[in-house]
Design a protein around this ligand. Structure first.
Ligand SMILES: [Zn+2]
Length: 445
């Protein structure tokens, strides 16, 4: 009798364990099947069949960027458009992490949770994917890079829609060269980080505003260089005496080296972390590369240079556009996405409202009183340029980041040109094309 009872108990336990395991597998299958199916180890996908009947990829105006015909994957007829959109659309492979042909392959290939890829084409329907990007603006921006490497990213900080995302070096997905330039697979907008140079003064100014008493009323004296310990911080020129607004607009290194030292290592770190420099942000199905800001082992001269965006500082272009979107909206912003109808959520608070409003004043002054509004005719732009020393005998990287305050064109942007030298002359003209084009695209629909 005892034996029978213990046997029944064991059987019951086994049955329960089996059901539990089966249940877990079912749930896991429902949640992850799309992901499993679109992995490159699935031979069905690697053989290219996953895309041979895949849906179209369209830009925001319905322009066809990729389509499948007679079992072949075809891309837009314009070579420069194909190159400009490579990192957003893809090349049929899994080599570009941010491309929709990689990150959204399950959706465009029509993978079904119940039938897998087994459903006949006639029953699959069209699995088209519409992007938020304007392919004309992207093409124009790609042409403006004129062979130089870098990234240009523009998004609507109110809706999260990315209008322009261009990364170079790139290549033609319809005619893939045998040897690719280094970094061709990387979407520099989302997946790369760069030395920021003077655009980091936005964050240093935030640290000053939050942690230095009467910071706004301070004046700075620049004699072109300043001794800190045994080393020197140098400036591009001898600026003389400047108030904060002009120190920011003229981008005085002495003023912001001083600011970093006065705010202190811990506070510089705190403000950088809060502003999202050391974080990764969600953009649809992918994540931005994390920037770097770390003063753990920094002495005074290194701390001063960190406030000028040198030392070991790095930032990701999309991350800088998000940060600018947050300043435009009082400290918090919507995160970008590039597939229509998606929602990447919010950034969380990157700046206090008071700090965001004061940064807005500094960045607005830089355009209205220093560079001049004619640069972005028809838009009310706030921005900061940067010229980031990268060493190794290379020319500095040129940067421009900012946003427009216009109700009908709420756009944040980040542009970097590798070895572009002065940010205003290299990144500036590309920012202008990207912003004016994106604003027109928004106003048209
Ligand atoms: Zn100076």
């Amino acid at each position: 009798m005892k034996k029978t009872l213990s046997r029944s108990i064991i059987s019951l336990i086994l049955a329960a364990a089996f059901l539990l395991g089966l249940g877990f597998l079912c749930v896991k299958y429902i949640i992850d099947s799309d992901m499993w199916a679109s992995q490159s180890y699935n031979p069905y996908m690697v053989s290219g069949q996953g895309l041979s009947n895949a849906g179209d990829v369209l830009d925001r105006n319905g322009v066809v960027l990729a389509t499948s015909k007679d079992g072949e994957r075809l891309y837009n007829e314009n070579e420069n458009t194909r190159k400009a959109l490579l990192h957003t659309v893809g090349d049929g492979s899994y080599n570009i992490a941010t491309a929709v042909e990689t990150a959204y392959r399950d959706r465009i290939s029509g993978h079904s949770k119940i039938f897998g890829y087994g459903l006949p084409q006639s029953l699959k329907g069209k699995n088209n994917l519409t992007l938020t990007l304007d392919s004309d603006v992207c093409t124009e921006v790609y042409e403006a890079f004129d062979g130089r490497k870098g990234a240009c990213f523009v998004y609507n900080y109110k809706t999260g829609e990315i209008l322009c995302m261009v990364s170079t070096p790139t290549y033609d997905p319809s005619n893939i060269p045998e040897t690719l330039e280094d970094g061709s697979y990387l979407n520099n907008c989302i997946s790369s980080t760069y030395t920021p140079g003077s655009i980091y003064k936005i964050i240093t100014a935030a640290a000053g505003l939050e942690y230095i008493e009467n910071y706004e009323d301070m004046t700075f004296t620049c004699e072109g260089e300043k001794q800190i310990g045994n080393y020197e911080v140098t400036c591009l020129e001898e600026h003389g005496t400047l108030d904060l607004k002009n120190a920011f607009a003229y981008s005085c290194n002495i003023a912001f080296g001083d600011t970093a030292l006065k705010a202190g290592r811990e506070n510089m770190q705190k403000v950088s972390d809060k502003a999202g420099i050391t974080k990764s942000f969600r953009i649809g199905e992918v994540f931005t590369a994390q920037g770097h800001f770390d003063l753990k082992n920094a002495d005074d001269i290194s701390t001063a240079w960190s406030g000028i965006g040198q030392y070991t500082d790095t930032v990701c272009p999309a991350q800088m556009a998000i940060l600018c979107g947050a300043i435009a909206q009082g400290g918090e912003t919507r995160l970008p996405h590039y597939v229509k109808g998606e929602n990447s959520g919010k950034s969380g608070r990157l700046f206090s409202e008071n700090t965001a409003n004061k940064l807005d004043e500094l960045m607005r002054y830089t355009i209205s009183d220093y560079y001049g509004d004619s640069m972005f005719e028809g838009l009310t732009v706030c921005a900061k340029t940067g010229t980031a020393e990268v060493g190794e005998g290379k020319l500095p990287n040129g940067w421009m980041v900012g946003y427009s305050k216009d109700e009908d064109a709420p756009l944040a942007f980040a542009v970097v040109v590798e070895e572009g030298d002065y940010g205003f002359y290299s990144a500036g003209p590309i920012a202008r094309i990207a912003m004016l084009g994106s604003a027109e695209a928004l106003r048209n629909n």
